[in-house]
Design a protein around this ligand. Structure first.
Ligand code: 5GP
Ligand code: MG
Ligand code: MG
Length: 182
């Protein structure tokens, strides 16, 4: 399935596992035992991370999902953020933990935070697996926990897709340019 597609493996399966265990511990220690926490996974890229991170957080949490998009396929942002699926839970007076695959420009996160704030949660925190700081246009979005800072490269695997493919690859890789340059 991956023959001739991988340029470089950026983060191995074991590295993901180890780092996510650390993040889970930090997050567990940050909240109080009796806090009501709603983990909000941003679909679809965040699913693998959500599933693994949630199991490393030793607190009672509710798992919910929201689908927004700023990408209409391809590898660069259009700046349009659209809600495709809203949360099922009401988050009023609860602690919200947004779980993202990657923060790139920060536009998606900015829009999600602004929207969730209007519902009056007790707090909003952000945990992202990957951060590409070089690409940030939204300087004011704050990330509370980050798995890995990565260079400005298009990455795929562990939830992240190229045209909806390769989300099930258990590590993060940079595809060969010819994969997305046709
Ligand atoms: P942002 O709004 O911060 O620019 O990025 C929004 C979304 O674009 C991310 O949550 C992710 O789904 C997608 N994205 C950004 N960079 C990459 C990348 O390198 N690879 C993939 N597959 N998706 C990306
Ligand atoms: Mg995402
Ligand atoms: Mg995508």
């Amino acid at each position: 399935m991956l023959d001739g597609i991988i340029e470089e493996i950026l983060i191995k399966e074991e590295e993901l596992e180890e780092r996510i265990a650390q993040l889970g511990e930090k997050i567990t220690n940050y909240y109080n035992q009796d806090d009501e926490i709603v983990m909000v996974c941003i679909l679809r890229g965040g699913v693998m991370f959500m599933a693994d991170l949630a199991r490393q957080i030793k607190l009672p949490v509710i798992l919910d999902f929201m689908d927004v998009t700023s990408y209409e396929g391809g590898t660069t942002t259009t700046g349009n953020v659209r809600i495709i699926k809203d949360l099922e839970e009401s988050i009023g007076d609860k602690h919200v933990l947004i779980v993202e695959d990657i923060i790139d420009t920060g536009l998606t996160l900015k829009h999600v935070i602004n929207m969730l704030k209007t519902r009056n949660p007790k707090s909003i925190k952000v945990c992202t697996l990957l951060d590409k700081p070089e690409r940030r246009t939204e300087k004011h979005v704050e990330i509370d926990w980050n798995g890995f800072e990565i260079p400005n490269k298009f990455v795929v695997g562990y939830g992240l897709d190229y045209e909806e493919m390769y989300r099930n690859v258990p590590f993060i890789f940079v595809p060969k340019p010819e994969v997305y340059e046709g």
